[in-house]
Design a protein around this ligand. Structure first.
Ligand code: 6CS
Length: 334
């Protein structure tokens, strides 16, 4: 080997060893449109990465690369560097992530909810290990808004959900939860929901206010019912092989971008639920929007213990440990 080649090889090894970052393009897919909550988060993340490095982020909103299950597969395979998949779809892969579907576990007070997501040991210390076992570096989890039901007919009690085929995300615990609410749960990927409501295959579904408005789900349902049972949680991850292979500088860049986007998306959600419900009413004045009273909520709340037991039955010691830690974390912010 000539002296010149040796010198070049030596320089290349030196560059790699020092972890000096090259300008790369990283692909990031999410389950919503660019202007919806996951899209707003992703745009802020991209802005932070690009402002603080020579890297570029390519964003792939819902539909461009398939359904939630498809983008998760692509992230695990390393075709995507980043993915946003909500626990509603991660249940098969990480059963413990279904804890977010125990009804009435998360606080309805937004201040407490945000503080829980900022400080929770279950989220920041326990879930990363479970995601890592699936080849994923968990970067963040954040709430997207209070989940409300939309149906064809008013719902004031579990009896009103009798015989209602109700779409849920593909998550066994959510199925159990809606059974306990009195409905006939039907798990479907998001892309099939509007058409299934339109053709009458299903008669109801649930989602946060902004999503009910942006996806025009009010065109194919007539009543919104809010019972305070949950807040939609999502998770952003990196492919673990990709993340572990980065230098410290790039890992810090990603953590900083993730933290900045997390605070940004919480701020973005101030007042969003009420604004979204008001917009729905404006678009379709005949839409009935019912916020159930404490008394009406009670029979729904009474199902929580039974769903919690089912969760522990499905996930064993590991699920119980997550649930207990979450309860301790929630206690700390209440
Ligand atoms: O219900 C769903 O499937 C979708 N809901 C939201 C708020 N985000 C993405 C998810 O696919």
């Amino acid at each position: 080997m000539s002296g010149r080649i040796l010198l070049l090889a030596g320089t290349a090894i030196g560059v790699m060893a020092a972890g000096i970052a090259s300008a790369d393009t990283w692909r990031y897919a999410f389950e919503e449109a660019m202007t919806e909550v996951q899209g707003v988060y992703a745009q802020k993340f991209k802005e932070e990465i690009e402002a603080n490095s020579d890297h570029e982020i390519q964003l792939f909103p819902f539909g461009t690369l398939g359904e939630s299950a498809d983008i998760m597969e692509q992230a695990q395979a390393g075709i995507l560097q980043f993915v946003d998949q909500s626990p509603g779809f991660t249940g098969a892969l990480i059963p413990e992530a279904q804890v977010f579907f125990v009804p009435y576990l998360l606080p309805q007070d937004q201040g407490q909810l945000f503080e829980f997501f900022r400080t929770s040991k279950a989220i920041h210390e326990m879930f990363p290990e479970l995601y890592a076992q699936q080849g994923l570096e968990l970067l963040t989890m954040f709430p997207e808004g209070e989940v409300c039901m939309t149906t064809q007919a008013p719902v004031h009690s579990p009896a009103d959900l009798n015989e209602v085929k109700f779409r849920v995300m593909t998550n066994p615990l959510l199925v159990e939860s809606y059974k306990a609410f009195g409905a006939t749960p039907t798990p479907l990927p998001w892309g099939e929901v509007y058409g299934a409501l339109q053709t009458g295959i299903i008669q109801g579904q649930e989602n946060p206010g902004f999503f009910l408005e942006s996806t025009k789900i009010y065109e194919v349902t007539d009543v919104v019912t809010c019972i305070g049972h949950n807040n939609f949680t999502t998770a952003v991850m990196a492919n673990k092989g990709f993340y572990d292979g980065l230098g410290e500088e790039d890992q810090t860049l990603i953590q900083n971008a993730s933290n900045a986007a997390f605070e940004y998306i919480l701020e973005y959600q101030q007042g969003l639920q009420d604004e979204s419900l008001a917009k729905i009413k404006e678009e379709k004045p005949s839409m009935e929007i019912n916020i159930l009273s404490e008394e009406e909520r009670k029979p729904f709340m009474d199902t929580a213990g039974q769903v919690e037991e089912t969760f522990v039955g499905m996930t064993g010691d590991s699920g119980k440990a997550i649930l207990d830690q979450m309860k301790a974390d929630l206690q700390a912010v209440q």
